[in-house]
Design a protein around this ligand. Structure first.
Ligand code: AMP
Length: 632
């Protein structure tokens, strides 16, 4: 089943899929690889998404929703008034305190609005593939909190997409650049988009990508550069025509669009002409705007903005306790990193040439598609990112930790193991779930407990209890226990990896390493004891139930052995050798009993068969006369 990858951006969104052995960006219905993240609710044309929504914004400013990502998963009172006022549409307090958007009298949640973009992508992907698409990987900024991630997931659900994984944008970029995850190294992702700037410092190693630090500015992007050029144009126009055109929304929009076009041209040319005919008119006639802008002039205008991005980088390095020279590679993401000045300043800051081998608009979506390929099983030469940070298991007899899912296992994953009762006629078992690397459960982190009851009366070790650990793509662990005979089932759902911080994970691993030798000895001792205990119980049962078969000698030998076992098992300082020699003797004794029981069973079986034959013969004397009898 194909899983699409979606970069759901603040300004633009991109759709990609892993197909035919490589990630492919899918163009939208209008033929563009990049879709503006704009949704318009119109009176006559229904809901429009992307370029079509953007084009009609001047006639429908209150129904055209830009930058909805800023409001995803936010409560109304969390957003400063200045930010709410920075968008032309109306935000409001939904009754539950969440932020909503009032459009033509109806309130929509940010998830519902984002779902329109996702739904358009679902249709595009279905047309591209010629089959239904129901699953997606969606990227979010690394700093997104749970509510924002959840709101993104809900947007997917509304659009009819099961969100198989929410991944961090910098992680997706690292995947797309194919940085070598087997090498232990740090990389920086410098992401300068249309509306926001983000810097992330990642650590790669052992197939895991970890975010060490992030920083950013939610109000710094290419839009600010466009605005700087537009301001310069307004000033020029005023100086030439003595008219201020800033206040006219329609004119201002035309100027900003021309400014963006000029900015983009100056990424490859050193000078460009801006020409806006019939911009306005006065008594003397129509007024046109014409100006030449050079790359040098643009660079002077945008220098302070680039500096702000570098200030964020500096803060991220300070937080991580690292220097720019500690990173092995700087990866560029976001359309604004096409600007030569940005590339030059990044190179100066990091002291190395940034890697801009990939299309910066598409890298995040491509990373999401690769992740989709990994989840659908199409990509298997990439070590996956999300793994269980610590071993998960249950507490078994004697307090031993029995691992079901080992540390660094790729998720989603499901593992099962059979367990049983430890005493005769045990009616219930308790499943204690632990996480950690130590061999004794109590020394690991306790995650939860539940009980499976109504187990049928039976000798120990006979009932079959299947315990399964199932971690879904979002890291939610479900532990269940099923009685194989009755199918009775109980389960427990644990969120996340138990909420351990990175430091807790690191210290759990270090503790386990330090204690490994001592733990190993204790574990071997416990395993030897468990074996002796089990053999002891089995010999005791033989003595109780089968003594009619045994010789006096065997009965005496068994009684002596059980006495010795009792002493050894109750001795506090019993050694590994004590348990092993006891087990060897118990095992030999147990063999003798089993031979007797086997011989008795064989004799009974033979007697029963002989009786059956005799009975058949009495009823049908011809039955034994060979083939001719059956053919007649
Ligand atoms: P993103 O948010 O990553 O989609 O980036 C969008 C921003 O990149 C917008 O501000 C665009 O104007 C800007 N952008 C795209 N292409 C170029 C280019 N060739 N030169 C300068 N800026 C660009």
């Amino acid at each position: 089943m194909a899983i699409i990858g979606i970069d759901l951006g603040t300004t633009n969104s991109v759709l990609s899929i892993y197909e035919g052995g490589k990630p492919v960006v899918i163009a939208n219905a209008e033929g563009s690889r990049v879709t503006p993240s704009v949704v318009a609710y119109t009176e006559n044309e229904g809901t429009l998404v992307g370029d079509m929504a953007r084009r009609q914004c001047l006639v429908n400013p209150l129904g055209t929703i830009y930058s909805i990502k800023r409001f995803m998963g936010k409560r109304y009172d969390e957003i400063p008034e200045s930010e709410r006022k920075s968008v032309p549409y109306e935000t409001c307090d939904q009754l539950n305190g969440d932020l909503g958007v009032r459009i033509h009298g109806k309130i929509y949640s940010p998830s519902e609005i984002s779902a329109q973009i996702l739904s358009k992508f679902k249709t595009c992907a279905e047309q591209f593939l010629g089959k239904p698409v129901t699953e997606a990987v969606i990227t979010v900024p690394a700093y997104f909190n749970d509510a924002q991630r959840r709101a993104t997931q809900v947007a997917g659900e509304i659009a009819g997409l099961k969100v198989r994984r929410i991944i961090n944008e910098p992680t997706a970029a690292a995947l797309a650049y194919g940085v070598d995850q087997d090498k232990d190294e740090k990389v920086a992702i410098y992401d300068f988009g249309g509306g926001t700037f983000d810097i992330s410092i990642l650590e790669l190693g052992g197939g895991v990508i970890e975010v060490l630090a992030t920083n950013g500015d939610a109000h710094l992007g290419g839009d600010d550069i466009d605005q700087a050029i537009a301001d310069w144009l307004f000033d020029r126009f005023k100086a030439e025509n003595h008219m201020d055109i800033r206040g006219d929304a329609m004119i201002a929009q035309r100027v900003r669009e021309a400014a963006e076009k000029a900015k983009m041209e100056l990424s490859s040319m050193v000078t460009t002409e801006i020409y806006l005919p019939f911009l306005t008119a006065d008594a003397s006639g129509p007024k046109h705007l014409r100006a030449n802008l050079s790359r040098a002039q643009l660079e002077a205008m945008m220098q302070p903005l680039v500096q702000r991005s570098l200030d964020c980088c500096k803060r991220a390095f300070d937080d991580a306790g690292l220097k720019p020279s500690d990173v092995a590679e700087v990866l560029l993401v976001g359309g604004s990193t096409r600007i030569p000045l940005v590339q030059a300043e990044v190179e100066r800051f990091f002291g190395r040439k940034p890697n801009h081998s990939l299309n910066p608009d598409e890298v995040v979506a491509i990373g999401a598609a690769i992740q989709g390929g990994v989840l659908s099983g199409e990509v298997n030469d990439i070590v996956l990112l999300d793994v269980t940070p610590l071993t998960l298991g249950v507490k078994a007899n004697g307090g031993l930790m029995v691992p079901l899912i080992d540390r660094n296992t790729t998720i989603p994953v499901k593992k099962t193991k059979l367990f049983s009762t430890t005493v005769d006629n045990q009616e219930s078992v308790t499943i204690d779930v632990y996480q950690g690397e130590r061999q004794f459960a109590e020394e690991n982190r306790f995650l939860g407990q539940f009980e499976l009851s109504d187990i049928e009366k039976a000798p120990r070790a006979v009932p079959q209890i299947e315990v399964s650990f199932d971690i879904d793509a979002n890291g939610v662990l479900r532990v269940s226990a099923t009685n194989k005979k009755t199918n009775k089932n109980e389960s427990l759902v644990l969120m996340g990896a138990g909420g351990l911080t990175d430091d807790e994970i690191r210290s759990a691993i270090a503790d386990a390493e330090a204690a490994r030798d001592a733990d190993e000895k204790r574990k071997n001792l416990q395993v030897a004891r468990n074996k002796a205990e089990s053999l002891n119980l089995s010999n005791a049962r033989m003595l109780r139930e089968q003594s009619a078969l045994a010789s006096e000698d065997l009965i005496k030998k068994t009684k002596d052995l059980l006495e010795r076992a009792d002493m050894t098992l109750n001795k506090d300082d019993a050694t590994l050798e004590d348990y092993e020699s006891l087990s060897a003797d118990l095992s030999a004794c147990s063999c003798e009993w089993h031979e007797l029981v086997y011989a008795k069973e064989k004799e009974e079986r033979e007697r029963a068969e002989a009786e059956q034959r005799a009975q058949q013969q009495a009823q049908d004397p011809s039955a034994n006369q060979g083939d001719s009898g059956t053919q007649a």
